[in-house]
Ligand binder design. Structure first.
Ligand code: AMP
Length: 416
């Protein structure tokens, strides 16, 4: 497709030239389905309730029309916060702000990201200098509000990104507190992977006649992702993982474990096997998480081992391999995990190492995704049929089994 055609496709949505220029520089050819629907809706000023998962292009779906709107009303002088984007995790907050920065390049609009786990003073200074768009996790935002270092009284647009995950992480009270700090007369956009009854209740309470947008079938894994199950005994999983990575020469591998402890142990074992690996989870400092992610993205670190929430929203272009070292206890998390690969049309591969204890979890996943995943027994790793299934131990701080809701945590954004 020629550049002219590319532009006209985004151009037909009515975005300003400053924004179109940045979009073209990103190499985007056509708006994704969520963008085609969300951009005109947001530009028309409607509230929006959108069911869209990471990987659909949802971030540009709300940031592009937001920038368009704010740049057309921007006044001279020190910027004041006109838009607030709330996200469940620090990683997602940083990623959204990174995208905003890219798309805002020619608009003169300033954005800032604030989250816990890092010093508050640089954030206070940046807020003092003035920003147009604030991206934040709820805990740290409320810290600033309590200290009087942020003014949310001029907000025109509020965006809740991955709202379902915010509720899962126990942020509902924080969200309600934030709602009291911002004007009632505003535009509200809510993005969520699923429309649960809690999400519907939230939208009824805080939104005005929202337009509904739903892209892709709910809980259906992206068609571009090749999925495979490797049956194996629990105690041989690590060995099989090293074998697969090594023998198939997988270069950039995101591995999911159920627990933080399991992530640490696996990263150490893989490194001992000659496969450089690091773990990211809530017990790691923000610096360590950012560093591991940057090295992984740059291709300097072959394997990144992550827990579900730490990995949520990680955006890596064309991530080729996602491995479920252990299946998640909540079937929806499988869809989120493998959504890290095969993003926006590129191809990906998702492999799950499944032991006898996990057969029920696998059935739940296949039922949810309405798809039977092909099984591939690797010679030399055949499961021992005499091993009987044992109950799966719950992660100590994870969500309870059969529930999507985590116990209320005091400051979840500062810990995961
Ligand atoms: P998201 O769902 O917002 O996390 O976006 C997923 C990925 O798709 C990101 O790497 C974006 O940079 C990319 N992306 C967003 N919009 C487009 C587009 N129109 N064409 C190609 N890639 C896109």
């Amino acid at each position: 497709m020629s550049t002219e055609q590319n532009q006209s496709s985004f151009q037909s949505l009515g975005l300003s030239n400053d924004i179109l220029r940045a979009v073209t520089e990103c190499g985007y050819t056509t708006p994704t389905p969520i963008q085609q629907q969300a951009i005109p809706t947001v530009m028309a000023g409607h509230d929006l309730l959108a069911a869209a998962q990471t990987g659909t292009g949802k971030t540009a779906g709300f940031t592009l029309p937001l920038l368009h709107k704010l740049s057309s009303t921007k006044t001279e002088g020190k910027p004041i916060i006109k838009a607030l984007i709330l996200t469940p995790t620090r990683e997602l907050a940083a990623q959204v702000e990174d995208n905003l920065n890219t798309y805002a390049k020619y608009t003169g609009l300033k954005s800032l990201v604030i989250f816990g786990g890092v010093g508050i003073n640089p954030q206070i200074n940046a807020l003092r200098r003035g920003v147009d768009i604030l991206v934040a996790t709820p805990g740290r935002l409320l810290d600033h509000s309590r200290q009087g270092t942020v003014d949310l009284s001029k907000i025109d647009v509020l965006i809740l990104d991955e709202a379902d995950r915010m509720l899962d992480m126990g942020f509902i009270h924080d969200i309600k507190k934030v709602m009291k700090l911002i004007p009632e007369k505003r535009q509200t956009l809510l993005f969520s992977a699923t429309f649960s009854s809690e999400i519907k209740a939230l939208s009824q309470q805080f939104m005005q006649q929202p337009k509904l947008i739903e892209v892709a079938r709910q809980n259906a894994a992206a068609d571009t992702i090749e999925q495979r199950v490797y049956p194996v005994d629990k105690k041989r999983k690590r060995e099989l993982l090293s074998y697969l990575i090594g023998s198939r020469n997988w270069r950039q591998v995101l591995v999911f474990t159920r627990t933080k402890h399991g992530a640490n142990r696996l990263a150490t074992q893989l490194t001992d096997d000659g496969l450089p690996a690091m773990a990211i989870h809530g017990n790691k400092s923000q610096g360590a998480r950012t560093k591991a992610l940057a090295q992984f993205k740059a291709g300097k670190l072959r394997v990144l081992v992550a827990t579900d929430i730490a990995a949520r929203g990680i955006d890596i272009d064309e991530l080729p391999h996602v491995i479920n070292f252990e299946l998640p206890q909540v079937a929806e998390d499988y869809v989120h995990r493998i959504g890290r690969t095969g993003r926006a049309g590129s191809e990906g591969e998702a492999a799950s190492l499944v032991c006898v204890d996990e057969h029920k979890l696998l059935r739940d996943i296949e039922k949810l995704t309405k798809n039977e995943i092909p099984k591939d027994v690797i010679p030399g790793f055949e499961p021992d049929p005499s091993i009987k299934p044992e109950p799966i131990q719950k992660p100590r701080t994870g969500r309870p089994q059969n529930s999507r809701r985590a116990p209320r945590q005091k400051r979840p954004d500062a810990r995961r």
